[in-house]
Design a protein around this ligand. Structure first.
Ligand SMILES: O=P(O)(O)OC[C@H]1O[C@H](OP(=O)(O)OP(=O)(O)O)[C@H](O)[C@@H]1O
Ligand SMILES: O=c1cc[nH]c(=O)[nH]1
Ligand SMILES: [Mg+2]
Length: 209
C-alpha cells in the first residue's frame, strides 16, 4: 500500500494556516503556496539514493555524496498545480517539467482532460505530480493513470490539502504511489469542496474569481 506522509513541520502548518484564510490576497497566496511546495519537496526527496564519489577541494582529495538514482521530473496538474512548480524547482533545479491539463466538471465532479506534454524520457524519471488540492481524488487518479499509460513507473504525489475521500481513492487506485500531504482535512461538502480547505485553489492563485 502507498505510503502517506502528512507534513508535521511547524513552518508548513503555519504557512498553510495563512493560505486558508479568506483575507489572504492572491499575491500572498501564490507566494505561500510556492514556499510550502519548497518545504514539501524537501520532505518528499528525503529517500533519494546517493552514491559516494571522489572529489578534490582546494585542500585535499575527499569523498562526497552525489544523487545517484533516477533523474527527476515535476508534473503539475493544470491550472492550480502550476503554483507549486517554482517551489519544487527551488529544491530540485535540474528536474524537467511536464504538464497535465485537467479540470473538474462542476456538475459531475469528473476530471476532463485537455492537455498532456511530458519530458521525452519521463519513463526513466522519478516523477513528482503536484496539485494543491486532493478532493474527490478524480483529478489525481486520472493524471497518474495518464502518466502510467506513457510508461512512467516511479510516481509520487504532493498536495497541500487532502480530503479523506480523495486520499482513500488515490491510495486504493494507485497503491504504488507515495503521497505527501500538507494537511489532512475533515470532509468534502456537497459540491466536492474540501472543508475547511481554502476554497478554489486555481482561482485564488490566479485571481480569477
Ligand atoms: O480531487 P478532485 O475532486 O478531482 O478535485 C481536485 C482538483 O480540482 C482543482 O482543479 P480545478 O478543476 O478547479 O481546475 P483549475 O486548477 O484549472 O482551477 C484542483 O486543483 C484539483 O486539480
Ligand atoms: O476544495 C477544493 C476542491 C477542489 N478544488 C479546489 O480548488 N478546492
Ligand atoms: Mg479550480
Amino acid at each position: 500500500m502507498a505510503k502517506v506522509m502528512v507534513m508535521e513541520h511547524p513552518l508548513i502548518q503555519h504557512k498553510i494556516g495563512i493560505i486558508r484564510r479568506t483575507g489572504t490576497s492572491s499575491k500572498e497566496f501564490r507566494e505561500l503556496v510556492g514556499e510550502v511546495a519548497m518545504f514539501m519537496a524537501y520532505e518528499a526527496t528525503r529517500d533519494l539514493k546517493l552514491r559516494e564519489i571522489e572529489i578534490e577541494t582546494p585542500l585535499a582529495k575527499t569523498k562526497a555524496m552525489q544523487l545517484a538514482g533516477k533523474k527527476l521530473a515535476v508534473v503539475p496538474i493544470l491550472r492550480a498545480g502550476l503554483g507549486m512548480v517554482e517551489g519544487m524547482l527551488a529544491m530540485i533545479p535540474a528536474a524537467k517539467v511536464g504538464h497535465i491539463g485537467l479540470y473538474r466538471d462542476p456538475d459531475t465532479l469528473e476530471p476532463v482532460e485537455y492537455y498532456c506534454k511530458l519530458p521525452a524520457d519521463s519513463s526513466e524519471r522519478e516523477v513528482f505530480v503536484v496539485d494543491p488540492m486532493l478532493a474527490t481524488g478524480g483529478s489525481a487518479v486520472a493524471a497518474i493513470a495518464m502518466l502510467k499509460e506513457k510508461g512512467v513507473k516511479n510516481i509520487r504525489f504532493l498536495c497541500l490539502i487532502a480530503a479523506p475521500e480523495g486520499l482513500k481513492k488515490l491510495q486504493e487506485t494507485h497503491p504504488d504511489v507515495d503521497i505527501y500531504v500538507g494537511a489532512l482535512d475533515d470532509h468534502l461538502n456537497e459540491h466536492g469542496y474540501i472543508v475547511p480547505g481554502l476554497g478554489d485553489a486555481g482561482d485564488r492563485i490566479f485571481g480569477t474569481k
